[in-house]
Write a protein that binds this ligand. Structure first.
Ligand code: GDP
Ligand code: MG
Length: 166
């Protein structure tokens, strides 16, 4: 029979990168052009069926504001997976993503599955530097668009496949 796996997942990344939009697309299949900024963090859950398991993601969508930074460990501690999101049209958001990767590598669960999502791929394509960076740092990289619904389900599906089968 299939295994049921519960997996805590955290989204981290700059304000405006599209974290909440990716979650909204994944959980409700919707997109809002004027998505309100997240205050603190928001919780969602959604289940994905992979070959041998049903993975129930318990999703923490964090705010991204620097003033909430000290709260971040509450959300990534004990997380099985993290999605670090940046906006492919915004270099500063990529720099911020790299900082999150460093923090997770230093303080996060060492077995955490980490995905780097270059979001807003409907605006501009291809970030070869991000692909290279992800490879060098043991993450996997996907270009996503919450708006166009590109690679959003695929992102969560890829994470579900990579989770350890305890
Ligand atoms: P967060 O601060 O990381 O949660 O970012 P939001 O999800 O609030 O999104 C910030 C802004 O970017 C909003 O105006 C969204 O509508 C927009 N946005 C999010 N994802 C995409 C996308 O894939 N493409 C485009 N063009 N805009 C997006
Ligand atoms: Mg948000």
């Amino acid at each position: 029979g299939n295994k049921n796996i519960n997996a805590k997942l955290v989204l981290l990344g700059d304000v405006g990168a599209g974290k909440s939009s990716l979650v909204l697309r994944f959980v409700k299949g919707q997109f809002i052009e004027f998505q309100e900024s997240t205050i603190g963090a928001a919780f969602f859950s959604q289940t994905v069926a992979v070959n041998d398991a049903n993975v129930k993601f318990e999703i923490w969508d964090t705010a991204g504001q620097e003033r909430y930074h000290s709260l971040a460990p509450m959300y990534y501690r004990g997380a099985a997976a993290a999605i670090i999101v940046f906006d492919i049209t915004n270099q500063a958001s990529f720099d911020r993503a790299k900082k999150w990767v460093q923090e997770l590598q230093a303080q996060g669960n060492p077995n955490m599955v980490m995905a780097l999502a270059g979001n807003k791929s409907d605006l501009l394509d291809s970030r070869k530097d991000a692909q290279t960076y992800a490879q060098e740092n043991g993450l996997f990289f996907m270009e996503t668009s919450a708006k166009a619904a590109t690679n959003v389900n695929e992102l969560f599906y890829e994470i579900a496949k990579r989770l350890p089968r305890v």
